[in-house]
Ligand binder design. Sequence first.
Ligand code: HEM
Length: 127
Amino acid sequence: EKRATPYDAIGAETLSMLVDAFYSRVGKHPDLIPIFPDDLSDVARKQKQFLTQYLGGPPLYTEEHGHPMMRARHLPHIITPQRAKAWLTCMSQAMDEVGLEDMFREQFFARLALTAKHMVNTPNEIK
Ligand code: HEM
């Protein structure tokens, strides 16, 4: 018998709502607007595929795009610690909006925070 995954716990519908709530904030965040395309529908579609497999669901992202190599795919974009923080703020607010439950939310967010840190490829500007 297969063990229940975090993907089973959140479900496809809530995951999709989470990603939509997240990108609607990304599209309004002054630190993130400069690096994202105006039309966020394709990145949202890919993020739903990615997070599905990240949480132990079917490998939808890999099936369509190959190995995730997330850090490498982010290298063309300037990602500073400030932008990582902005990304995580948008995610935390999206989690509030869809009402993720405490334990699940805490673990999922902690894991995303590590991944976000790993995506940083440029220091904050020294002013
Ligand atoms: C793509 C920014 C963290 C997953 C992108 C793109 C940008 C970006 C600019 C490209 C959008 C486009 O032009 O299509 C950031 C920033 C982050 C961050 C500023 C802050 C640390 C993360 C994290 C994850 C993630 C933590 C996963 C947990 C993705 C995925 C894509 C993507 C799946 C689509 C990749 C593809 O094109 O196949 N991100 N990202 N990102 N990001 Fe991030």
